[in-house]
Write a protein that binds this ligand. Sequence first.
Ligand code: ACM
Length: 544
Amino acid sequence: MRIKLFFYFIMLLCGTVTFAADFSLVPLPSSVQTAEGEFVFGKKLNVAVADYPGDSLKAVVDRFAEGFSKSTGVVLKKSKRKAAHLIVGVNNKLPLEGYSLKIDRKSIAVEVSSPAGLFYALQTLKQLMPRNVMAGVADTSHERWSLPAVTIEDAPRFGWRGFMLDEGRHFYGKEEVKKIIDLMASYKLNRFHWHLTEDQGWRIEIKKYPRLTEVGAWRNSKVLGWGDTKPDGIRYGGFYTREDIKEVVEYARERFVEIIPEVDIPGHSQAAVASYPGILACDLDKWHEVWLWQGVSADVINVADPNAVRFAKDVIDELIEMFPFCYIHLGGDECPTAKWERNSQCRELLGEIGSKNFRDLQIHFYKQLKEHIASKPKEQQRKLIFWNEVLHGNTKPLGNDIAIMAWIGADRAAQDAATRGMNTILSPQIPYYINRRQSPLPTEPRSQGYGTETVEAVYNYVPMKGVEKGLQERYLGVQANFWTEWVEDASTVQYLMFPRLAAVAEAGWTLQEKRDYNGFVQRIQADTLYYNLKGVNYGKHIFK
Ligand code: ACM
């Protein structure tokens, strides 16, 4: 024991002890080396930022300065490099989202190869301080502000670190979405998958099809019927206007979060069918309404109707205008084919494409949409993502330059996609559907599951386990999903989301060999203050 202590003392003197658990850093960085001493902030912090195209490094520092000054009173001031305390340099050898952060008594030196890397370095810097700094809330009880002397080298394991929110079932509004994006960014998550359409509601304004939001965004029940739970007859709904979307897109971009809008077609589309039955319904003689129930509606879009194909292309055109990001998600999960099987137009088309599998009608539909996007100018190109059920059809006509989001039988489905040469994202239903109960306690809110998706179970999922090297580059990353059938209010969404979202963030960022549940529990403790200051509800199970 004495020898151990002596060794530790020598290491401390040399300043090379790796002791990350001392800091409440989530996700855990690749390497943390502590040294003696600290950087103590004065009233002013001189800052020198390297030039970068579009002045975008300076823009990141300016946004950081605003929140930092508000929470600490320290004012950032532009200065020459020689006189600077915070020095931001460019090092093109670093990975795109990676950074190096060296803090000693005299200065804070950051090196990055991109603005995103700088954003993450500054997120880490804030996490090295009391949580009011990350929350951007003033705390006058501190007489001095300081940072520990430390050297951090860091970069994410995966480029895709996502979270999906289903607003088709329940609509929470843009302030809630912005809050979620902010929390995502604090855990270095970078993909917000916005599930905007469902059987139970269409939530995004499409100029060419106004009835989607005049009709499709409203239903005659707030609660969704299931078993003994009956629709309540309360008129309920909401949607995002173009202006709202613009505001959220800008907010996300400032936090290096890409938004992936999802319109789930041709299944999960009863709200759209109810809005435009004349061009979308498989059976025109039937009554169509925005669905009041949970489950999987059989009222899917008639993919054999050229008007439905035109509709989908028009919707995509407007999505491209609204979302200046790389991907569009077209859903593709849980699409019953029963109505196609009874529809003569669909049967005829199936014969024309030379298949006996009705799932191939869905692929044929997507193929036309993909070709439509491919015909656009370069800046309007988008990549498509689908849920993994699409693999149940013959995907050859679609090509392999798509991404598959693997949820059901996720590990196997992801391998299947990767083997077909497609990119894939791991969002396993168990345990990454963080709307499911996180404890078997009777005090848990109403939701799905048996309480087995505990924080620990979520944390301990191992992404890409046993995947052969040759396929690994197809794995873009990980994503937690939140389905909202049972969750009517934003506070319950938050309660179920946190801290499990942080556990998924660590799987996306931190190398597998560095991950450790007990260390995570220790490091996340500080975030109770963060959640409280942000006014965010959270599951209390692992907090002391
Ligand atoms: C899904 O959970 N239906 C993608």
